[in-house]
Design a protein around this ligand. Structure first.
Ligand code: SAH
Length: 258
């Protein structure tokens, strides 16, 4: 599973709560390897509280002294940055980052996503150790995300790329038992039959006066035309009309069974 080849590296984090928040964000997206470079406070109960169940990630955390140690074995390193730096560097947006991570990881490469300090980000020297820089396109007037929120954005993009690579649906598709019938659109001739049936029923119940039809039928056609009615729905509508006509004639009605 390629997600195991991807590590999240947090450099010199001040707030242990952010470490817990990052662990939670990672676990939600199927990432598991967290490396801390010289954290200000860790282990910490605040980190555990913010991890809210992702404590296995905190238990397995690797704490190292330098960024160099954190990156050992990595073939691709992505460094995140809230602002533009003076030295131009190959830049990826989060979506491209997800794809790059998964492409490398699928080939067996080790990948690191590096995040900076809450107050100062990554130093230029640290950023120069990265192959790519990643900027989350936030509002330039207020560009800096909370550290754990930035981890969440990148982890989400990694997951989306992973789901796409493994042909797994990102949407949970609900299959109804009647889905086949329900998915089939009604045809123009079936609709015409329906409009005839509807018009007759509206006359039967006294809602439509054939001598003064006004624009009722065209308006109803427009309404139904917008609805992309399926065959199943058409059956229901036809059933309602049949029962309405029986009721007008005083015939016994049948209960709908489904
Ligand atoms: N004052 C710091 C902000 C750091 S925010 C600065 O100006 O650099 C803490 C970390 O969260 C950053 O180092 C980066 O890893 C991540 N982060 C926050 N906002 C980001 C953004 N818009 N794009 C990419 N990473 C971001």
């Amino acid at each position: 599973m390629s997600l195991q080849n991807i590590r999240v590296v947090l450099v010199n984090t001040s707030h242990p709560g952010n470490i817990g928040g990052a662990a939670r964000a990672m676990k939600n997206m199927g990432l598991s390897r967290l490396v801390l470079v010289d954290p200000v406070e860790f282990p910490s109960s605040e980190a555990v509280a913010r991890a809210s169940g992702a404590t296995d990630i905190l238990d397995a955390v690797r704490v190292v002294g330098t960024l160099e140690e954190a990156l050992v074995g990595c073939s691709v390193v992505l460094g995140t940055s809230a602002r533009d730096r003076r030295i131009p560097w190959p830049l990826l947006d989060p979506r491209e980052s997800g794809a790059t991570c998964i492409r490398q990881a699928e080939q067996g490469g080790e990948v690191a996503l590096v995040f900076g300090r809450e107050y100062a980000g990554l130093t230029n020297e640290e950023l120069q150790r990265c192959h790519f820089h990643v900027h989350i396109p936030s509002d330039p007037q207020f560009s800096s995300l909370n550290l754990a929120a930035a981890v969440q954005v990148l982890a989400y993009e990694v997951r989306m790329a992973w789901l796409a690579a493994h042909d797994q649906p990102s949407k949970q598709e609900k299959l109804e038992t009647t889905s086949l019938l329900n998915a089939q659109p009604v045809t123009a001739d079936e609709l015409e039959h329906y409009y005839g049936h509807l018009e007759q029923t509206l006359i039967d119940i006294g809602f439509l006066d054939p001598a003064k039809p006004r624009h009722l039928m065209p308006r109803l056609r427009r309404l139904y035309g917008r609805s992309a009615i399926s065959k199943l729905e058409m059956n229901i509508l036809r059933g309602i009309l049949t029962e309405t006509q029986k009721a007008v004639r005083g015939e016994p009605h049948k209960r709908r069974q489904d």
